[in-house]
Design a protein around this ligand. Structure first.
Ligand code: FES
Length: 435
């Protein structure tokens, strides 16, 4: 199921890695996170090679809704409560700078970038939205509370955020990647120090950045314990009115919307991959109810890595480890998260200080309860008696009827019906038939 982005731009082609190379930095993963890291390093004169298991942007980046916003699933009032005002302000600054960097790239890369406000609404809780607007203002963003929105139904209240934007992720990514050293169809299998062992050759790098959506090395960092994936489902419609902003329901598992040209993209139905109820029903029901005249153009699924404290993991792959870095865990905000990752890691790799590095440090302390809850989900997957098992760590797989794939609720690996890998952290396929 191809996204509207994949259908509207042709990908560039890059060679496969056939022989050993020795770049200064190897970036594993040719999605938005990896390509932005390589571009940031190239701007600093660093020789860098990107290793992509499939083709550039063919994973999560092809399926994002590409909203550049400071709005996230977690409201800033909750972030202040959880992390304190200073940390929340730092995060907001990082997000605003990331959007600004996209804007600046967008001046030379044609990528349909539009500056539009972002709206987060609540159906029932006006007070919450008022408090959120005040929280954002206290951190320096000129957010407004309002009740009048472009939605075809009344809301209790909404927060309007300025300085946000939307764009075409693949037009952007393909153009940016063209100036870089990229190897496609080159799967990294493991690391030996800072040498990347791929399926055909060795990459002897001085430093390595793992930008593989879900970090694929289990030995260090315990990412399988402190992160999970969430699948979300988007349907594009023709014949619905343009919004003039991006929109998100603040409720858990709420709907989100953006326009692209004459299309309206409706997303929702978020849940762990492989869990019951995965599919396009939420988006389609919303469209049927509020835009009955609209005609479906295409539908696709997407997947986000969620951390247990709603902050990304950007920094050294393992505590105290040198030369290997990670950028992951952006929740539903992979575009701004990828840009934040590129900026922070470009500094760390070149030995510079970065004001956000401590906030995003993957080795930061996690609260015990979310760790136990996430570990419990994985344990459930491991103990579920099913024949189809994930090649990552052995959890029971669920059949995703809407997308015809075997999906793993533990850490989100996905496999085609023929058993080949679609989404990591699994690095190899499963032998299976649908039963
Ligand atoms: Fe980890 Fe399946 S993704 S066990």
């Amino acid at each position: 199921m191809r996204s509207i982005w994949s259908k509207t731009v042709a990908p560039p082609a890059f060679p496969q890695l056939e022989k050993d190379i020795s770049p200064e930095v190897a970036v594993i993963g040719g999605g938005m996170a990896g390509i932005l890291c390589a571009a940031a390093l190239r701007e600093r004169g660093i020789d860098c090679a990107v290793l992509e298991a499939n083709t550039v942007g063919s994973g999560i980046t092809a399926n994002t809704t590409a909203v550049l916003s400071v709005q996230t699933e977690t409201l800033y009032l909750d972030r202040i409560r959880k992390h304190g005002a200073e940390a929340a302000k730092l995060l907001l600054d990082a997000e605003r700078e990331a959007i600004e960097r996209f804007r600046s790239y967008g001046e030379t890369i044609p990528c349909d970038l539009e500056n539009l406000p972002a709206l987060t609404y609540s159906l029932r809780d006006a007070e919450k939205m008022k408090t959120e607007a005040a929280a954002l203002r206290s951190l320096g963003l000129a957010a407004e509370f309002l009740t009048d929105t472009p939605l075809p139904f009344p809301v209790a209240g909404a927060v309007r955020m300025p300085e946000t934007a939307q764009f075409h992720p693949l037009k952007f990514l393909y153009q940016l990647a063209k100036g870089l050293t990229v190897y496609e169809n080159t799967r990294a299998l493991r690391l030996e120090g800072t040498t990347v062992i791929t399926d055909r050759a060795h990459v002897h790098a001085k430093q390595v950045i793992v930008a593989t959506h879900f970090p694929f090395i289990n030995r260090y960092g315990l990412y399988f314990l402190k992160m999970y994936q969430q699948r979300s489902f988007v349907v594009a419609y023709r014949g619905a009115p343009s919004l003039g902003c991006t929109i998100m329901d603040e409720a858990e598992k709420g709907i989100y919307l953006r326009s692209y040209g004459d299309l309206l993209l409706i997303g929702g139905g978020d849940r762990r991959p492989g869990k019951k109820g995965c599919g396009f029903a939420a988006a389609r029901e919303f469209a049927r109810q509020y835009y009955p005249q609209a005609e479906e153009v295409c539908a696709w699924g997407n997947q986000d890595c969620v951390t247990l404290d709603d902050l990304p993991y950007i920094g050294a792959y393992r505590s105290g480890g040198k030369g290997v870095y990670v950028t992951a865990g952006f929740g539903g905000w992979g575009m701004t998260g990828s840009m934040m990752g590129a900026t922070v890691l470009a500094d760390l790799v070149t030995g510079q200080k970065n004001r956000y590095a401590k906030l995003f440090d993957p080795a930061r302390r996690m609260k015990l309860l979310p760790l136990l809850q996430n570990g419990g989900e994985a344990m459930l997957g491991l103990l579920t008696p099913k024949l189809k098992r994930c090649s990552h760590m052995g959890c029971a797989l669920g059949w995703n009827e809407a997308e015809q794939s075997w999906d793993c609720p533990c850490h989100g690996s996905r496999f085609r019906a023929n058993g080949s890998v679609i989404d990591n952290p699994a690095t190899h396929g499963i032998v299976t038939k649908k039963t």
